[in-house]
Design a protein around this ligand. Structure first.
Ligand code: SF4
Length: 60
């Protein structure tokens, strides 16, 4: 099962992912954290890989 992964070397803390997908990302200490991985289905959220302007989000 693929779940979102954040590369903290790339994340700039812009908050875009948490704004677009609040069910799966939460801002904490100026970085995004992945939440609710048990509910994530990539086929239901295809835009999740495109939401980060810094390409910090991948699937793991
Ligand atoms: S959209 Fe990308 S850069 Fe912005 S908070 Fe999310 S992971 Fe970080």
């Amino acid at each position: 099962m693929a779940i979102p992964n954040i590369d903290y070397g790339l994340c700039q803390g812009c908050g875009g992912c948490a704004e677009a997908f609040p069910e799966f990302f939460k801002m904490r200490d100026d970085k995004a954290w992945v939440i609710n991985t048990d509910r994530f289905r990539v086929e239901e959220n295809p835009g999740i890989l495109l939401v980060c302007p810094y390409y910090a989000i991948s699937l793991a």
